[in-house]
Design a protein around this ligand. Structure first.
Ligand SMILES: [Zn+2]
Ligand SMILES: [Zn+2]
Length: 816
C-alpha cells in the first residue's frame, strides 16, 4: 500500500521548529468563546447529558535553556533567523547527550520541537567535520520532505541536504550519494535501495556520524520488527566501513520509550521524556452519545467471523463496528458537534478514523450549517489522502487563518506539523492508543489560550470503558510500543537480505539477536544459504524479495479493469478480507468495488464506484496448540503463552450503510482456507471451579465466548494494537487443553508481540475486561461490552453475567 506524499512548498516557514510559539498564534483569528462556556452550550443541546467526565489539562509554561556551549555560532544564528531564540530544556538535554555520543530517544508531545533535538547535534557535527554525514529516516516520504525543507531553510553551507526515495530521479541519485551530507529517506528505501547498493554508498556510510529516526513509535508490530532488522543491517554495513554512528530517535509520548528504542535499534538508548515546551490549557471532555429508542436500530446481528481476521484495517471496518445501533452513531454526533462549534466561530479539527467517515462528518456538518445560515456550510471541509499536497496545505492554511472554521480529517500523520493551536479538537472514536489520543488532542490549544478537546465514544467496549474510566486516559502512562525482532517470520527473511549484502559471520548472528542461529540453519536447509568456513553465503543471483510492510503471503495486485492501471498491492493475508468479490476498496480516498479476485494470479480487478455502503468480511476459525513457551499454573486456572496454528476461511461479507451502520444484507463467499502460525495467550479453567462459581454447564460456552470478545476489545489498553490485529477463539473443551479455554492470538504470521504483552500483563488486562463487562448498563450484552463486530457465530451464545464469573475465577487465582 502506498503512503501519502505531500512533499513540497508549504505556506508557513516555521514548521521544522514545531514550537508551540507565536507563529501560529499570530496567524489565527481572535479568541472564540471560553472552552468551559462552549462545552456547557454543547452539552445542553440534547435530552440527557452526554458528558461523562471533564478533565482540565493545565497550561504549562515553557522552560528555555541556554544554547549548549558546543553549538557553533553559525548554527545558532541560523536557528535565530528561523525564529528560535533558545532551545527548550528537553531539546538542549537530548541534543547534548547525542552530541556526547549517547544514543538517545526524545519522547515528548505534539509540537514540542523534537526536531531541534536531533538537528542541533547532527548539524553541529556536519559544520565541525566537513566530511561527516547524517542519515535521516521518516516513516513517510511526506515527513522526509517536510524535514528537508526545514534543514534547507537553515541555509548552512556544505550540508547539501537531499531526499533519496522512490521519487528521486535516477539522474540525481548519484549526485546525492556523492555530495549530500544529510540524506533523508525512509526504511523501505534503506531496505530496498541503500543497503543492497552499499558499495555505491561506501563513502557516505564510512563517514556516517548520526542516524536520525523520526516518529519512531510508528515502527511497531510486524513492520517495526522488520525495521529493527533493517537498522541492524545498517549498523553492520557501517561497522564494515569502520563507522559507529550515534542514533537519535524522536517519538510521540509512549510508555517506556528507552526500551522500545533499544529493541528497535539493538543499542542501549537513553530517554528524554520531560517536555519543557509551553502549552495552552485544554478542557478535555469525554462524550458518550445517547442511547436510541429500542426500535430505531438497524438489523439484528448476522453470521460473522470471530475476531480472527488478520489485520483487517480500519478502512475496511469503517466507523460502524456496532451490530445494533444501540447508541447514536459517533459519526452523527461528531458532525453535530462540528456544526455547533463552527456556528460559534470556533476553529475546529475533527479526527475521524476512516476517510469515508471524515467525508460523512464534513457533509453532515455542512448540511446542518447551511440549513441554519445559508452559506455557512462552505466553511467546513474534509481533508483526505486523495488530495494533492498543495490542496491540503491550502486547507491547513485556511483553517489556521480562520477562513475555514471546521475540518474533518483522518489521522495525524497526514497533517502538516504546523497545524497546531486550534480552538477545538473533536476525536470521533478512540484512536486506538493513548499516544495517538494525545497526539490528536495536542492539536488544540495555543500558548496563552484555552482550548477544548472532546472524545466522542463509539459503541464499542473499549470506547465505552474509557469514557467511564477517565483514569485509564488521564491517570495512565501511554502504551509501550510493541515489536518483536525475534519473530522468525521476520528474522529469517531479514537474515537472507543481510547475507545478500555480505556473507554472515558468527559475530553477525549476535547482532541479529535471539533465534538468529536457528533461522540461519533453516535457511541453509531450505537451500537459501550455503555454509562455508568464512561464513554463510546467499546462494542466488537475485535478491531475496522481502516487503517490510507485508504481513505474509504474496501480495495481491489491485488493477482497475477499464484501464489496466495498477492501483496498489494488498498483503496476501489481508486480501481475502479486503478484495473479495463485491468488496468496497478505498485507495487514496477513491472508492472502488472488486469484480473479481484471482488468487492464482495474485490479482484483483476493480472498477470505480462509490456505493453508500461499506463491506465487512467474516470468517470461521479453527485452532491447534503447537507449543507452550511459558505458563502460570494457578490451581484451577492456567495461563499460557505459546505457538498455535490457526486455520480460517472468509465465508461471507456484510454490506452496511455508511451513514447509519444499518446492515443491508449478508452475502456468501467461496474462498479457500488459510493457515496462520502465530503466537497466542490462553487461559483454562477447571470445570469444577466454574461450577463452584455458579456457572451452569450449559452456560459455559456463552460465558467463555463473552469473556473472549471483551478481552479482545480491551487488549489495546495494554499494547499498541487495535482489535483488528487480534483474533480469538473460545470453547467449553479444547482438544489440546482438555478444559474450558479462551485463546487470544496475534493476527500476523509469527506473532507481533501483542499476545506476549497480554500474557505479561494478564491480571491487569483481565481486570479491565471484567470491569468493562460488569459496569456496562445493558442487561444481556451489547456492542459496548461483550458483542463483537466480527464474530463468527453471530454473537451467539453470549452470557454476560457468566462471563463476569469466569473472569472472577481467573482473577482470584492468578497472581498479580
Ligand atoms: Zn453492554
Ligand atoms: Zn465470537
Amino acid at each position: 500500500m502506498t503512503t501519502n506524499d505531500f512533499s513540497t512548498a508549504r505556506p508557513t516557514p516555521r514548521h521544522d521548529l514545531e514550537s508551540s510559539s507565536a507563529a501560529t498564534v499570530s496567524a489565527g483569528p481572535g479568541p472564540g468563546p471560553a472552552p468551559a462556556d462552549l462545552l456547557r452550550r454543547l452539552r445542553a443541546r440534547g435530552a440527557g447529558d452526554p458528558v461523562t467526565h471533564v478533565e482540565r489539562v493545565p497550561a504549562r509554561a515553557g522552560v528555555p535553556a541556554p544554547w549548549p556551549s558546543w553549538a557553533p555560532a553559525e548554527l545558532r544564528a541560523a536557528f535565530a533567523r528561523r525564529g528560535v531564540v533558545a532551545p527548550w530544556q528537553h531539546q538542549a538535554r537530548a541534543a547534548t547527550l547525542a552530541y556526547e555520543g549517547e544514543h538517545v530517544v526524545v519522547a515528548t508531545g505534539t509540537a514540542s520541537g523534537k526536531s531541534l533535538a536531533y538537528q542541533l547535534p547532527a548539524l553541529a557535527t556536519l559544520l565541525a567535520d566537513p566530511r561527516a554525514t547524517v542519515l535521516y529516516l521518516a516513516p513517510t516520504k511526506a515527513l522526509a520532505a517536510d524535514q528537508l525543507r526545514a534543514v534547507s531553510a537553515l541555509e548552512l553551507e556544505g550540508v547539501r541536504p537531499a531526499c533519496y526515495d522512490g521519487d528521486t530521479p535516477r539522474a540525481e541519485r548519484e549526485w546525492i550519494r556523492r555530495h549530500s551530507r544529510f540524506v533523508l529517506t525512509n526504511p523501505d528505501m534503506l531496505h530496498h535501495g541503500i543497503l543492497p547498493g552499499h558499495a555505491q554508498w561506501s563513502g557516505f556510510l564510512r563517514r556516517l556520524a548520526y542516524v536520525v529516526i523520526d516518529e519512531c513509535h510508528t515502527y511497531r508490530g510486524v513492520f517495526g520488527s522488520h525495521v529493527a532488522h533493517v537498522l541492524r543491517r545498517l549498523r553492520r554495513q557501517c561497522a564494515r566501513f569502520g563507522a559507529t554512528p550515534v542514533f537519535v530517535l524522536a517519538s510521540a509520548t509512549s510508555g517506556d520509550p528507552a526500551t522500545a528504542a533499544g529493541r528497535l535499534t539493538g543499542l542501549p538508548v537513553t530517554a528524554v521524556t520531560e517536555d519543557a515546551s509551553p502549552r495552552g490549557g485544554v478542557t478535555f471532555a469525554l462524550w458518550e452519545p445517547p442511547l436510541l429508542p429500542p426500535d430505531s436500530g438497524g438489523a439484528p446481528p448476522q453470521a460473522s467471523g470471530d475476531g480472527s481476521s488478520p489485520a483487517a484495517p480500519p478502512q475496511a471496518s469503517g466507523e460502524h463496528d456496532d451490530l445494533r445501533q444501540v447508541r447514536r452513531s459517533a459519526l452523527r454526533e461528531t458532525a453535530d458537534l462540528l456544526a455547533d462549534t463552527v456556528a460559534e466561530g470556533v476553529r475546529t479539527l475533527a479526527f475521524v478514523r476512516s476517510r469515508k467517515g471524515a467525508e460523512v462528518v464534513a457533509a453532515n456538518a455542512r448540511r446542518s450549517l447551511d440549513d441554519a445560515v445559508p452559506g455557512l456550510g462552505g466553511r467546513v471541509a474534509a481533508y483526505r489522502g486523495g488530495y494533492l499536497r498543495e490542496e491540503r496545505r491550502e486547507l491547513e492554511r485556511a483553517l489556521l487563518h480562520g477562513d475555514l472554521l471546521g475540518l474533518a480529517s483522518t489521522n495525524a500523520l497526514e497533517l502538516g506539523v504546523d497545524l497546531v493551536g486550534l480552538d477545538a479538537v473533536l476525536i470521533c472514536g478512540y484512536p486506538g492508543t493513548r499516544a495517538s489520543l494525545w497526539q490528536q488532542a495536542g492539536r488544540a490549544g495555543r500558548s496563552g489560550q484555552e482550548a477544548l478537546a472532546v472524545l466522542v465514544a463509539r459503541d464499542d467496549p473499549l470506547d465505552t470503558y474509557l469514557v467511564h474510566h477517565p483514569e485509564a486516559i488521564f491517570g495512565a502512562p501511554v502504551e509501550a510500543t510493541v515489536l518483536d525482532p525475534a519473530n522468525r517470520y521476520v528474522l529469517a527473511p531479514q537474515l537472507a537480505c543481510a547475507a545478500f549484502e555480505a556473507p554472515l559471520t558468527p559475530a553477525d548472528l549476535a547482532l541479529f539477536g535471539d533465534g538468529a542461529k536457528e533461522a540461519v540453519d533453516e535457511l541453509v536447509t531450505a537451500g537459501a544459504l550455503r555454509q562455508r568456513p568464512t561464513g554463510w553465503y546467499w546462494r542466488h543471483r537475485e535478491r531475496p524479495e522481502v516487503d517490510l510492510r507485508g504481513e505474509g503471503g504474496a501480495p495481491v495486485c489491485v488493477v482497475e479493469s477499464a484501464t489496466g492501471r495498477l492501483l496498489g498491492t494488498v498483503d496476501g493475508s489481508s486480501s481475502h478480507f479486503l478484495l473479495h468479490p463485491g468488496a468496497v476498496y478505498l485507495h487514496q480516498g477513491v472508492s472502488y468495488v472488486v469484480d473479481d479476485l484471482d488468487l492464482a494470479d495474485g490479482c484483483a480487478l476493480v472498477h470505480v464506484e462509490e456505493p453508500d455502503w461499506s463491506t465487512h468480511a467474516r470468517d470461521v476459525t479453527d485452532l491447534s496448540v503447537v507449543s507452550v513457551r511459558s505458563y502460570v499454573d494457578a490451581g484451577p486456572v492456567g495461563m499460557f503463552l505459546g505457538e498455535v496454528d490457526v486455520t480460517s476461511q472468509v465465508v461471507s461479507y456484510q454490506r452496511r450503510r455508511i451513514a447509519t451502520g444499518e446492515v443491508i444484507d449478508t452475502r456468501p463467499l467461496d474462498l479457500p482456507t488459510r493457515e496462520l502460525r502465530t503466537v497466542a495467550v490462553w487461559f483454562t479453567l477447571s470445570p469444577q471451579s466454574l461450577a463452584l462459581a455458579g456457572v451452569q454447564p450449559a452456560d459455559v460456552p456463552g460465558a467463555l465466548h463473552a469473556a473472549e470478545h471483551a478481552a479482545i476489545g480491551l487488549l489495546p489498553l495494554m499494547a499498541t494494537c487495535d482489535r483488528w490485529d487480534i483474533g480469538g477463539l473460545s470453547t467449553a473443551v479444547h482438544p489440546d487443553t482438555e478444559a474450558p479455554t479462551v485463546f487470544v492470538y496475534d493476527g500476523h504470521p509469527g506473532g507481533a508481540g501483542f499476545a506476549e504483552r497480554a500474557y505479561g500483563t494478564a491480571s491487569a488486562w483481565l481486570r479491565a475486561t471484567r470491569d468493562a463487562i460488569a459496569e456496562c448498563g445493558c442487561e444481556t450484552g451489547c456492542p459496548s461490552c461483550v458483542q463483537s463486530p466480527k464474530c463468527g457465530n453471530g454473537n451467539n451464545p453470549l452470557s454476560k453475567p457468566d462471563a463476569i464469573q469466569v473472569l472472577d475465577v481467573v482473577l482470584a487465582n492468578l497472581p498479580d
